[in-house]
Write a protein that binds this ligand. Sequence first.
Ligand code: NAD
Ligand code: UDP
Length: 359
Amino acid sequence: MNTGRSAIDSCDGRTAWASFAALGIDADQERKQEEMGEETTLEARERHRRVLVTGGAGFIGSHLCERLLARGDEVVCLDNYFTGRRANIAHLLTNPAFEMLRQDVTAPISLEVDEIYNLACPASPLHYQFDPVATVRTNVQGAINVLELANRSRAKVLQASTSEVYGHPRVHPQPEDYWGYVNPIGPRACYDEGKRCAETLFFDYHRQHGVRIKVARIFNTYGPRLRSDDGRVVSNFIVQALEGRPITLFGDGSQTRSFCYVDDMIDGLMRLMDSPDEMTGPVNLGRPYEFTMLELAKLVIEASGTRSEISFEELPEDDPAQRRPDIKLARERLGWEPTIDLPQGLRKTVAYFRRLLEI
Ligand code: NAD
Ligand code: UDP
């Protein structure tokens, strides 16, 4: 069991490309582009944007790099591979419009670019709590570095912020003008407060230096290329179900999250980047349908067609009880609406993990 996972994690670019072709990733991507009618035309080439994606070898970042390349942009991917993987971008390395920089976002960046998506930061509680000081530094120094670069190159810059800025929300669903309720000294604070400070920096650079900014507050996003050891709920449940192990449900499973499929999220992020300059955000991006974690566990068992038991485990400290985005702003100003419902998205994600784990 699991030979697929280790082959992909450890392989070089060429082997990874072959493995991903075998997993059907390229075929999926081609189909996706056709369905979405992506521009691969001369017009797109003429626009010829050079786009930096920090965290581009991660889960969301690698999908974003693909979609930008598909519409004719040049893409520079910057990543230190903390949670990202070469395998996620190996199939892009032969594309002359794609470049990979192995670098930490906390080190100064000298490039000339037109647009920057700042995604560099571990997103799973397991990984961002591994070295909390590094997480704060990545968020704060990383934001300063991309903002300095944007200021120098007159580039537009988009920050991948998070629903975690709302903390334990006292307002439900969460609109963008809710300031949140965050514990500044708890185990999640390195991420929550790091992301809040990054938002502050974005708006200060905007007011002080006129940098063109976009702040997206991303709600729980899932799909192919989540790591099997990522630690977030969707990948944990699917891998456990496929391996016939008990599903680890934290607390009584009554806490809620609203899950967005990765293709919809990429569409939202690109629409925000392409929106008029006055549209700075913050803007919520997420699918506004709420599920308890117990409901999610049952849906995953159904989508996987297995008979895993549910094992109730301790609820982590400061685990938010409720999450649902109010997406009125994204609907009205970006014309954005997620299209893939949870059962559909789970089926696609289960199919991915089946191929990855060779189950
Ligand atoms: P991920 O962990 O798969 O990707 C993060 C990427 O950033 C990885 O490739 C990692 O190696 C890289 N990275 C981390 N620290 C770095 C550093 N110091 N320098 C350079 N690269 C670094 O996570 P993801 O789910 O793809 O999340 C991408 C972004 O979106 C993150 O900023 C995250 O906070 C944000 N976000 C994601 C979600 C979600 O549900 N997926 C929700 C809210 C916000
Ligand atoms: N969770 C769970 N079992 C797991 C992993 C997570 O029950 O194996 C719960 C977790 O306690 C939280 C929810 O699922 O209530 C979402 O967790 P995740 O780490 O995916 O994201 P976040 O808490 O940052 O929204």
